[in-house]
Design a protein around this ligand. Structure first.
Ligand SMILES: NC(=O)c1ccc[n+]([C@@H]2O[C@H](COP(=O)([O-])OP(=O)(O)OC[C@H]3O[C@@H](n4cnc5c(N)ncnc54)[C@H](O)[C@@H]3O)[C@@H](O)[C@H]2O)c1
Length: 290
């Protein structure tokens, strides 16, 4: 599939990873857009670090790795994604923000452009409804770290065409990814919904004093052959994101998805600038009342 240009909206954790893997795998221009220069600078630095690691590991020459980062253009203006074959949105998990972003992209991009959202679990159908091309909107749920993780969960909105599913499958294959297709746009899709239940039970075990975060992680790693335990994974994803997803699933599925009080307290502590709220391991080390 010939792709002239790929646009990425949001240069945070996921946008940076998706832009990097696209620039690494495809000889195409990648335009990354954010709202402030400091985010773009951080994104560039983290792409440079990923490129350097690839050189250290012998996966690329210094020249090849430099080319990857040179393919990425950093911009503060969404107009710069015009002309892209595919635009992937990776702004925070907030439905109103995503709908606003898609309405803007719909105005800026030609009718041929596939508009994709990296949402973890928000309704693709509703995001697509912010545009006049809901048939060309799809969920492309990459996993963190996007340059490493094999899966992309493709999510059909009510109106997503078969042609867009095929286009997304081809694009992901060209990035070296495997895909699954979520046929029904249900909250949390497949992977987020199942992961949320797993996180919730781990949080309840900690809240109820059943075991420490370290022992729950160790137990899950060794018992299930998972590379990380639930608390390590929550720290990697970001507690704000874990809570946002949990609240969204609670509003759809009710009591069985009620967010954990402990998680809410930790996110609020983080918002107040307390270091102890930033992750389970700093939290565990400092004690619950730190
Ligand atoms: N963190 C994860 O592990 C993970 C995994 C899979 C999917 N996701 C999903 O990916 C999306 C992004 O998550 P993230 O962890 O990268 O978030 P993040 O907070 O790290 O990055 C979001 C970026 O979007 C930028 N942004 C905000 N408003 C914008 C706008 N109007 N225009 C352009 N840029 C804007 C922010 O400045 C920030 O740099 C979310 O929907 C999240 O649920 C996250």
């Amino acid at each position: 599939m010939a792709i002239n240009k790929v646009g990425i909206i949001g240069s945070g954790l996921m946008g940076t990873g998706i832009a990097f893997v696209t620039a690494r795998q495809l000889e195409t221009e990648v335009v990354v857009v954010d709202v402030a220069d400091k985010f773009l600078q951080k994104s560039r630095a983290s792409m440079e670090a990923m490129a350097s690691r690839a050189v250290e590991k012998g996966q690329a020459t210094r020249e090849q790795a430099a080319t990857w980062v040179q393919r990425v253009r950093f911009s503060l203006d969404k107009k710069d994604v015009a002309g892209a074959a595919i635009v992937i949105e990776a702004v925070p998990e907030d439905l109103a923000l995503k709908c606003k972003t898609f309405a803007e992209l719909d105005e800026l991009c030609s009718g041929d452009t596939m508009l994709a959202t990296n949402t973890t679990g928000l309704p693709v159908t509703q995001i697509a409804a912010a545009t006049k091309r809901p048939d060309r909107v799809i969920g492309t749920h990459f996993f963190n770290p996007a340059a490493v993780m094999k899966l992309v969960e493709l999510v059909r909105g009510c109106a997503t065409s078969d042609a867009m599913v095929a286009k997304a499958q081809q694009f992901c294959a060209s990035l070296g990814k495997e895909t699954i297709v979520v046929q029904k746009d249900f909250p949390g899709f497949v992977t987020t919904r199942i992961l949320n239940g797993y996180f919730l039970e781990a949080l309840h075990c900690l809240e109820e004093g059943v075991a420490s975060a370290e022992d729950i992680d160790k137990g899950c790693k060794l018992a299930y052959n998972h590379p990380m335990g639930p608390f390590e994974l929550m720290d990697l994803v970001g507690l704000e994101t874990v809570l946002a997803v949990s609240q969204d699933l609670y509003s759809s599925f009710g009591e069985r998805c009620r967010p954990s009080v402990l998680l809410r307290q930790m996110v609020n502590a983080g918002r107040l600038g307390r270091k102890a709220g930033q992750g389970f391991y700093s939290y565990a080390a400092k004690g619950k009342n730190a």
